[in-house]
Design a protein around this ligand. Structure first.
Ligand SMILES: Nc1ncnc2c1ncn2[C@@H]1O[C@H](COP(=O)(O)OP(=O)(O)O)[C@@H](O)[C@H]1O
Ligand SMILES: [Mg+2]
Length: 183
């Protein structure tokens, strides 16, 4: 996987499959610790402790049509290759929390990538889903909140192509302003 955003896509798809209606995504770049952290909390059905302990195993999936599930194990591989870690815990809602860290300036740390495109894609996948993204970069920070946008849109659907394009482009612009560009 070439971009951190594609890991976010996979975690988001896992959450949708677990019936989540809300995703809280918190991304922070921190110069002092030289780390970038991605923290994603969903309110889906959650994992029992046995499932959680096996979730990073590349040969484990609960998808009926497949025998391997590479998503979370690939994330762990990417994090470890960049001097970081992955933790999967139970969220307060009973859902799942995935926290991944990466060394910000590690040569093998993947770039953030097209997070705007990924958020727009996840919102288009499920009309039941809301996403709150909080992005704290080296230069500035911003918040995107689809629930807030829904009320501002009035009658317009969030799945409308023009709205999804607006979401994608405004998140891209926010990250451009906020983020350190190392790769
Ligand atoms: N957010 C989540 N909520 C509930 N279960 C999850 C979540 N994320 C992952 N899982 C469980 O962990 C398994 C492994 O996930 P993953 O590594 O992404 O592989 P895959 O999605 O291909 O099955 C999934 O099949 C699912 O059972
Ligand atoms: Mg997956």
């Amino acid at each position: 996987m070439l971009e951190l955003a594609l890991h976010v896509l996979d975690i988001g798809e896992n959450a949708i499959r677990a019936g989540a209606t809300h995703l809280d995504i918190d991304i922070r770049e921190d110069m002092a610790s030289d780390m970038v952290s991605i923290d994603i909390v969903d309110n889906g059905s959650g994992m029992d402790p046995v499932l959680r302990s096996r979730a990073l195993d590349p040969f484990f999936t609960t998808k009926p049509d497949r025998r391997i599930g590479l998503g979370l194990s690939l994330l762990a591989q990417s994090a470890e290759a960049a001097g970081g870690t992955v933790h999967i815990t139970e969220a307060a809602s009973g859902g799942t929390r995935v926290t991944a860290t990466f060394r910000l300036h590690h040569p093998d740390r993947q770039p953030i990538g097209d997070l705007g495109g990924v958020i727009a894609m996840l919102l288009s996948r499920s009309s039941m889903l809301d996403i709150r993204l909080s992005y704290t970069g080296i230069n500035s920070s911003f918040v995107f909140d689809s629930a807030k946008l829904r009320t501002e849109l009035g009658g317009l659907w969030i799945e409308h192509p023009a709205v999804l394009t607006y979401i994608r482009d405004s998140i891209r612009a926010g990250i451009d302003r906020a983020s350190v560009h190392t790769t």
